[in-house]
Structures are given as C-alpha cells and as structure tokens.
Design a protein around this ligand. Sequence first.
Ligand SMILES: Nc1ncnc2c1ncn2[C@@H]1O[C@H](COP(=O)(O)OP(=O)(O)O)[C@@H](O)[C@H]1O
Ligand SMILES: [Mg+2]
Length: 350
Amino acid sequence: MSDTRALIVGLPNPVLLVGAQGRIQGLNGPAKRLIGTDATGWHYITALRQPALLDAVEETLKDGGHRHASYLGNDGARDTTWNVSVRGVALSDGLTVVLSFQDMTAVEEAGEMRRDFVANVSHELRTPLTSLMGFIETLRGPAKNDTAAQDRFLGIMEQEAGRMYSLVEALLQLSRVEGQERIRPTTKVGLQTLVLEVLNTLQSTADAKGLRFDTQMPDDTVEVLGDRDQLWQVISNLVENALKYGATSGDITIRLSSPDYEPTLLQSGVRLCVIDRGEGIPAHHITRLTERFYRVDSHRGREVGGTGLGLAIVKHIINRHRGRLRIASTMGQGAEFTVILPIGAEGNSE
Ligand SMILES: Nc1ncnc2c1ncn2[C@@H]1O[C@H](COP(=O)(O)OP(=O)(O)O)[C@@H](O)[C@H]1O
Ligand SMILES: [Mg+2]
C-alpha cells in the first residue's frame, strides 16, 4: 500500500480500496472485521459477493464516478446494515475505487421500532373500535326497537370506549414522561402519605377481591426529591398490577424502607416494595415486562382492562427520578416489584 492508501488505517469506519485491476489494495481493521478476513490482494468479487455492491464497484472502475450501494453484514450477534459510498479516485499510479462503509443499523432499528409501535397502537385501538362499529350497526338495525338490548349494548359500548380512552391517556402519558426524562424533579415528596393516599383509592377494589393491604413503613417521615403525581402513578400502577395479576387471596405487602446507602445508586436511597402472593411471572418474561405493550398473557391482560403500557410508564418515571426498578418472582409464590429511589440530588449532576 502506498503512503496515501495507508491513511485508511486511521479511519474509524470500514474502508476498502480496489485497484484498477479489480484487486483489493488494502482495507482497514473495521473492514476486515466486517468482511471477516484480511482480503488484501483478493479480487473484489470474491471478497464482497453482494450483487448491488459488486455492480457499483464494476461501474465505478469503468467511469471513475461516485455511487452508493447497501451492504448487509453480521457482527456475530445480529444483522447489520451498511450504506457504502463507492467513489473513483485518480491517484498518481492509477484509478482506485474507495469503498467507505457507514453503519445504518441503528437507523434501521429505530425505523423498525417506530413501525412496530404504530402497528401495536393501531392493533390495540382497532379491537374496541371494531366492536363499537358492530354495536352501532346492531342498534340501528336489529335492535332498533328493543330497549333492553339497547341498554345492554350501550353498556358494552361504554366499556369499549373507556378502553380506548385509557389507551390514549396512557400513550399521552408515556410520551410526556419520555419527554421529561432528562429533567430531574426537585420537590420534596413524603412517601408515607403518598402510599396511604394511593392505597385509599384502591381499597374498594381490594375489598371486592377479598385482598388486604399489609403496609410496613418506618415512623420517621421518608422524603425523596420527586414529582408527586408521577410517583403516585408508579405506586398505583404496581399495586393495581398486584391486584389484577397477583394474588387471588392473601395480603399484598407494601413495604417502605428507611433511607440507607444503596450500592446500585452509589448514594442514599429508599426502597419501596410491592409484593403479592399470586402465581408469579415466568423468568423469561421478567426482563421484557417494561416494554411497551408487553403482556405475559395478552388475552387475560386485555380482559382485565390492561393496556400493557403501565410498567413502561413506571420505568420511565423511575428513570426520571434516577432510580431503579427491580422485579423478582418465584413461580407459585408471587412477584416482588422494588423501586429504589435516591433521596437527595447528590451524585447526579447531568
Ligand atoms: N404482580 C404481577 N403478577 C403477575 N404478572 C404481572 C404483575 N404485574 C404485571 N404483570 C404482567 O406484566 C404485564 C405488564 O404490566 P403493565 O405494563 O402494568 O400492563 P397492564 O397492567 O396494562 O397489562 C401484565 O400484562 C401482566 O401480564
Ligand atoms: Mg398495569
């Protein structure tokens, strides 16, 4: 490689040089990793093997021009997508075609996530919407003069509309929380009163199911820097989940710890645990629970009015508070959701 060509060694992205005879004159480390071998001296057709890129190189060898092609790789863990600039450069000893690779994997993934999200939202809205349309048709036609049926159908329609409403509310909340994630809340929130207030609003649901709240909290006031409404959301989401998916009998324990040094936060923090004695959550689901729309049992989730967005919102709120969420479960014994929150602003400059 001439000195000029040797410069590619200093470039961070994969770069590969093809000489006028079609032989590879040189490639840098990232290019060797992408192609899987040091292909110096090989014919480019043997090394690159993807038709779109081969065409681009062939044309450029003829006219010394500039074009783009895509290239698919694999980094051992996943498929990667590359945009390759193929450009003819006249050097003192002849034409060299410079192939410069740009990693588009993250962009592709973001696009895919967006498409998945839109598909999910549409799917979730379509189910209640289809049902509403069906009932409207029935009310106009067969049930036109049947007041008893009308009443029953309107009840169902109200429920379906309510489901759509909670979904839209949850989506709006999710986008709000995501937008605020970098801004740390600064007001002091007393956790004991908050917990008691939330439990108060859920008491009737618990009573209806024959479940009891077992609250274990320190006597001294425990305060964190937080957003009161959002922490309310966190606690109520976790307790609601315990009521919905957890225990069918027994207690739901809500335990607040006194401030203590938290190794995971590298500073003082408090723990709020919500523990139920339900069937538990299989281990392979646990890491995915905070994904949007993720439900362990989607049919059952929808039946009990779940959107699958609750824990995604919880996770974002906890992130905003610079805290952590831990989920543990033993099958047959129940699930334990622990929120670890820092109590002060120390060590969190951003
Ligand atoms: N305490 C729990 N016990 C068992 N499964 C749970 C518990 N909490 C949450 N889950 C599961 O996690 C899923 C996601 O919860 P969440 O994001 O709050 O959505 P939603 O409550 O709207 O369905 C639920 O659908 C349920 O399958
Ligand atoms: Mg929920």
